[in-house]
Design a protein around this ligand. Structure first.
Ligand code: SF4
Length: 447
């Protein structure tokens, strides 16, 4: 899932001395968004103050993602734009997946950059800041073998009610198309005790919803051997004050039945409905094994919302393979899907495969897939009309005179409140559902 939520200003203390300022721009997945929250907290603790424009900043950080096609080129274009600001004494840093992937080549192509740091090295940021303040260059490029996680008590969370906690970093799966194992290092989990301590601290600060994060969150292995992933989920959910626990992203191979009675929403990326393509993708499961996981979710006592990711146009995907993906959508009945066109990424095994499907054909398949899913969602969302759901109040749409809510199944449910009633942001209210759209529900608050 992609997030474009800008980080909000975060200031821990005020000082009369002029503060060093920084601006951070974040691209990519929730892991990156949460990494930026931790980076922001670390910088604030080091005496920096976050600003909202590049012009106001002494240090400009660019937290990059390399999942998409031409990601590196986009980063170098942006760095070229920043070059003109060098004369104003500003410093520049590249963080995240493109930093890890391109490494010191960034200094060659963009000599005005002072800091290149992959996510596995963020724990060393305080020392690296000292280096760049002294006019030197700093590099944090860990190899895949690091055992360390980026844990900090200074996380600057951007949402005051719903917060992320990373429980596992890196990935050992090596899917043929994916850069993550090369940019985020090997799988390493935090102890369940440290996760629970962070969750309790968040409850003390008013958080009621926690999202456990990991590239393969359900591959979690407590280094202290105390809790399985399902037991950790349960333990977080049992902390007094926590109303909802979510987790992203699961790998089908490690998906255990013990999870299905714990959450109302599961995001289980399938990527393709064809076992032949799944094999070429090195996904480690077949269509049938994936559907067994789905069957266990559908047999759960609670009603689960299931969402997924799909890639079209992987090398060798035939029309028949694609038809299998379409039939899988029908069979599962997802509440939402995230779709991607295949593009070869640096260092990945699929680079050796012939990317022969023309761009136009990939786009066609993408459109067919999205329109099929739209039909499915129209039917699925319609069945909620007349039902009642509890939502967390997330915002207000003044133009429509509606409140924005989110259900436990992670669906957007916009609603109107009776005259004179103002639900508090972050509170939970019951809503009666009156209408449905392909991506959202509409309702009226019940009092
Ligand atoms: S499981 Fe596959 S797709 Fe997910 S992060 Fe690991 S290599 Fe990438």
């Amino acid at each position: 899932m992609l997030s474009t939520e800008p980080p909000t200003r975060y200031t821990l203390f005020m000082s009369t001395a002029p503060q060093k300022t920084f601006y951070v721009e974040t691209f990519g997945c929730q892991m990156n968004v949460h990494d930026s929250e931790k980076v922001i907290g670390t910088l604030v603790h080091q005496g920096y103050s976050q600003v909202q424009t590049v012009e106001q900043a002494d240090l400009i950080l660019y937290n990059t993602c390399s999942i998409r096609d031409k990601a590196e080129q986009k980063v170098f274009h942006r760095l070229a734009d920043y070059k003109k600001l060098l004369a104003q004494g500003k410093k520049f840093g590249v963080l995240g997946c493109v930093a890890q992937q391109e490494g010191e080549k960034i200094f060659e192509r963009a000599p005005h950059v002072s800091l290149v740091c992959g996510s596995a090295s963020y724990r060393n940021l305080p020392q690296m800041l000292i280096q760049i303040e002294a006019g030197k260059r700093a590099t944090g490029l860990d190899d895949r073998e690091t055992d360390e996680c980026f844990e900090t008590e200074f996380t600057a969370r951007t949402n005051p009610h719903r917060g992320y906690i990373t429980i596992i970093e890196g990935c050992d799966k090596f899917c043929a198309y994916c850069v993550v194992p090369f940019t985020r290092g090997k799988e390493r989990s935090r102890t369940s005790e440290s996760v629970l301590a962070e969750a309790r601290q968040m409850v003390d600060r008013g958080y009621t919803e926690i999202q456990l994060l990991g590239q393969n969150v359900n591959s979690y292995k407590d280094p202290a051997g105390k809790r399985s992933f399902a037991e950790l989920l349960t333990a977080v959910g049992e902390i007094p004050g926590i109303k909802r626990v979510r987790f992203t992203t699961s790998h089908p191979r490690d998906f255990g039945r013990d999870i299905v009675e714990l959450c109302d929403h599961v995001h289980l990326p399938v990527q393709s409905g064809s076992t032949r393509v799944l094999d070429a993708m090195q996904r480690l499961y077949t269509r049938e094994q994936y559907l067994e996981r789905i069957a266990s979710m559908k047999a759960a006592k609670r009603e689960l919302s299931i969402t997924t990711d799909v890639i079209v146009g992987f090398p060798g995907e035939t029309e028949a393979d694609f038809a299998e993906t379409l039939s899988l959508l029908d069979e599962v009945g997802y509440d939402s899907i995230f779709t991607f066109k295949y593009s070869p990424r640096p260092n990945t095994p699929s680079l050796a495969l012939d990317d022969a499907i023309p761009e136009q054909e990939k786009s066609r398949r993408l459109e067919v897939l999205m329109s099929k899913q739209k039909e499915i969602q129209i039917v699925r969302y319609r069945k909620y009309i007349g039902a009642r759901a509890e939502v967390m109040v997330e915002g207000r749409n003044e133009a429509r005179k509606q409140w924005i809510g989110r259900t436990s199944q992670n669906k957007t449910l916009n609603f109107s409140a009776p005259e004179g009633t103002e639900p508090k942001l972050g509170s939970y209210v019951p809503v009666s559902i009156t209408a449905s759209f392909p991506n959202s529900l509409l309702g009226e608050m019940v009092i």
